[in-house]
Write a protein that binds this ligand. Structure first.
Ligand code: FMN
Length: 203
């Protein structure tokens, strides 16, 4: 399995976020990863897909995590993938990035690595599950071991906002400004912790 040079399992938390909701979730997933001794979280994002009207994206993001490179995927021992829900699906910039991973797929570079997914929506029934499942599909094609969240996490039954067995989720509201609830937060952390623990066990 992929280890950082100093012997720590590297867990890639790769997300796309415009309004900050998925970024906050990514930071919580990373917090869960870091709670596992022997694991370290690597936060990465992807650039917007340029419309040609707004101009090109900067080579380095102005804020937040650095842009992901194929090497980050290859080097990771596990992957947590986060996207806002866009019409019940993952956001185009993340799909665009994944569509550029064909060479890794040809080599089976991600096969056997554990992975999980997370998302945020404006409305409570706005497509969290469909988005999460859509995000799993390319990971399954890569041969990744996709894991969800078990109901042994009590927050899955207690939540009145986000949180699904397919992965962590957040109900951000129409203005994308609702705070992450206690249950959503616990599930993001649990997801990161479980992913890192599984990556270490697969060692
Ligand atoms: C083009 C577009 C499509 C969207 N589609 C949905 C949707 O299908 N269901 C939903 O509940 N929210 C939808 N949203 C809202 C976002 O999923 C929501 O605001 C999310 O929290 C944004 O995450 P971010 O703050 O990390 O960018 C959409 C937003 C945009 C811009």
């Amino acid at each position: 399995m992929a280890l950082l040079s100093y012997g720590v399992a590297s867990i890639l938390v790769l997300y796309y976020s415009v309004g900050g909701s998925v970024r906050r979730m990514a930071e919580l997933v990373a917090e869960g990863v870091e709670r596992v001794p022997g694991a370290a979280a690597v936060l990465r994002t992807v650039p917007r897909v340029s419309t040609g009207i707004e101009g090109d994206e900067p080579a380095v993001p102005f804020t937040g995590a650095p842009y992901c490179e194929l090497h980050d995927l290859e080097a990771c021992a596990g992957l947590a993938l986060g996207s806002p829900t866009r019409f019940g699906n993952m956001a185009a910039p993340l799909k665009h990035f994944l569509d550029g991973t064909g060479l890794l797929w040809q080599r089976g570079a991600l096969a056997g690595k554990p992975a999980c997914v997370f998302t945020s929506t404006a409305s409570l029934h706005g497509g969290q599950e469909t988005t999460l499942v859509s995000m799993m599909l390319p990971l399954l094609h890569h041969g990744m071991l996709v894991m969800g969240l078990p109901y042994t996490q009590p927050e899955l039954n207690a939540t009145r906002a986000g949180g699904t067995p397919y992965g962590a989720s957040h109900f951000a509201g129409l203005a994308d400004d609702q705070p992450v609830s206690d249950e959503e937060r616990a599930l993001c952390i649990a997801q990161g912790r479980r992913l890192a623990g599984l990556a270490l066990r697969l060692k």
